[in-house]
Design a protein around this ligand. Structure first.
Ligand SMILES: Cc1cc2nc3c(=O)[nH]c(=O)nc-3n(C[C@H](O)[C@H](O)[C@H](O)COP(=O)(O)OP(=O)(O)OC[C@H]3O[C@@H](n4cnc5c(N)ncnc54)[C@H](O)[C@@H]3O)c2cc1C
Length: 506
């Protein structure tokens, strides 16, 4: 855009300093003569859902997003490229664990299974489907296509958990829309440094005020007045709101006048469930060295991945880590809500039991001989190893919002039978519903929500603009989606302001 100063520089407040807010502020701040931009962030740090913790592994462990989804034309990948990040490309999933049979399979082998093939066919064929009208949820849709309970279980673990909800809440219309707009490819990209480095890069040179939770946005007059929890006021020409849709549902911000009805309806139509990360540190790597990500059916943890960030960049130099090797369990949707109600010690026990069954001697022998394991025997073994464990209270030693757990009371005698329990050093459960300024994991393609994201994204009175992952009309929540919505909102303001300035000259 040609840089002609407006008659008066316009003030913009960006509410929220996650990826969407940073991208919006950056896009507007690249026109310094036109816009004076400030980011008001409720939390004590920027990044929103992009966050890591130290002290668990020899590297900072991501507790929010971890992988760049796709590598084609992705704005987050572009930033990583600009910064010269080294990148590893992996495929998801490279292993499957069939919990009912205690069988861990490489994906080539698992894909010989007709039920698994059929599940993949349904989801990969969505882009060519005609959207049902009225909408149906994914469970009904799959039942109508002849899937049995086993197929639904597989779909839940392979796709539902990744989308962030149970199949009943997954709307087929939004899934089709998503499939038609996903142009980034399926590769998982892992960077050589924590994602917070990208946040720092995006934030450099921007004006940011932390610890500033916006409570009221009054857009009834010519300007917008934002009131912060501590009583401060900001008067601006434009507001870009980037808070999560859960924050809007919980009405943490009062709007004067209230948001239009259609906007309220859209806010309530978009589902955002919980997400839990169970981060487990071990003294020894007992899983196959070539394993990255395992989708697990009929299991406590529906997905497990092994993270390792081998380069020196970003290594945690300040604390001695709990363990040298880390596995992460990922649970979303209704299961995440149910698991979050368990005492933390129980979450670790259940997770370790699953990993013992996946990687212990019994499991490995069964896998080698292609046999199903005797689950009644496994259940006895579980009770025997972990029967009377006295779990210590969660300690706050390293992490204040998740619960932190460190114990060797679980240690069994035999490292081959129960390797996970044997080598376990401690860990952490991150419950995203507890993150006060986020309130959950991420939005998911929702049943009966067709069109809601576009409605949520629409500006109100050319004063309030909306960005954030849930306002992307086509793309399932991801980092590049959030960034692109921020850039879109900034462009909308630039266009609106240019039009106003041109009109005033006439
Ligand atoms: C566990 C988990 C795993 C994920 N994994 C991946 C992944 O591997 N790859 C991927 O691409 N994406 C992943 N995502 C999704 C990705 O993190 C999000 O899509 C993206 O970070 C959302 O950015 P955002 O700016 O829209 O929202 P946010 O990051 O939520 O930013 C909103 C900001 O608003 C602030 N805020 C809230 N209320 C107020 C207020 N009243 N006043 C001022 N500020 C306020 C919040 O503190 C926050 O900083 C994951 C998310 C989670 C939770």
């Amino acid at each position: 855009m040609e840089e002609k100063a407006f008659a008066q520089q316009r003030k913009v407040a960006v509410v929220g300093g996650g990826l969407a807010g940073l991208a919006a502020a950056r896009a507007l701040s690249s026109h310094p003569t036109l816009f004076d931009v400030v980011i008001l962030e409720a939390a004590p740090a920027l990044g929103g859902r992009v966050k890591h913790i130290n002290g668990i592994a020899p590297w900072p462990v991501e507790i929010g997003p971890e992988f760049l989804h796709g590598k084609v034309n992705s704005s987050i990948k572009q930033i990583a490229d600009e910064m010269g990040c080294k990148q590893r490309e992996l495929s998801y999933p490279d292993h499957y664990y069939i919990g009912s049979e205690c069988r861990l399979l490489k994906s080539e082998k698992a894909l010989e299974n007709p039920e698994i093939q059929h599940v993949h066919e349904i989801f990969s064929g969505l882009a060519e489907e005609v959207p049902p009208n009225p909408d149906v949820n994914m469970k009904e849709y799959m039942l109508s296509k002849g899937f049995t309970h086993i197929g639904l279980q597989l779909a839940q673990s392979i796709y539902g958990n990744d989308f962030g909800c149970s199949l009943e809440h997954l709307g087929v219309r939004e899934c089709i829309q998503e499939a038609q707009h996903w142009t980034y490819g399926d590769t998982y990209v892992i960077l050589d440094r924590p994602l917070s480095c990208l946040i720092e890069h995006l934030a450099s040179g921007l004006s940011v005020i932390l610890d500033s939770a916006v409570e009221t946005i009054d857009y009834s007059g010519q300007n917008c007045t934002l009131k912060i929890r501590d009583g401060r006021h900001f008067i601006v020409d434009y507001v870009i709101l980037t808070v999560s849709v859960k924050m809007l549902q919980q009405r943490v911000i009062d709007f004067v006048p209230p948001l239009p009805n259609e906007k309220e309806k859209a806010v309530n139509a978009i589902g955002m469930s919980n997400a839990l990360k169970v981060i487990l540190a071990f003294s020894h790597c007992f899983w196959p060295i070539d394993m990255f990500d395992v989708v697990c059916t009929d299991s406590f943890l529906p997905e497990v991945w092994a993270t390792e960030y081998p380069t020196a960049h970003g290594k945690d130099k300040h604390m001695s880590p709990l363990g040298q090797h880390v596995l992460v369990g990922f649970i979303t949707g209704d299961s995440a809500t149910a698991v979050s109600l368990l005492p933390p010690g129980e979450i670790f026990i259940q997770s370790l039991c699953q990993l013992d069954a996946m990687f212990g001697k019994d499991g490995m022998i069964m896998q080698e001989h292609n046999l199903a394991i005797d689950l009644s025997k496994k259940a006895q073994f579980r009770t025997k190893s972990h029967g009377n464990v006295d779990c210590p209270n969660p300690s706050q030693r390293y992490f204040t919002r998740g619960c932190f757990f460190e114990s060797d009371t679980l240690r069994p005698q035999d490292c081959t039978e129960s390797p996970a329990s044997y080598y376990f050093q401690g860990g952490c459960v991150i419950n995203w519903a507890d993150e006060v300024y986020i309130g959950g994991g991420y939005s998911h393609p929702s049943f009966n929500a067709h069109g809601a994201r576009s409605t949520l994204a629409k500006p109100v009175l050319e004063k309030l603009y909306f960005a954030g992952e849930a306002t992307h009309p086509g793309v399932n929540p991801c980092m590049q989606g959030a960034i692109d919505t921020g850039v879109r909102a900034a462009d909308e303001i630039i266009t609106a302001e240019s039009r106003k300035q041109n009109n005033s000259k006439l």
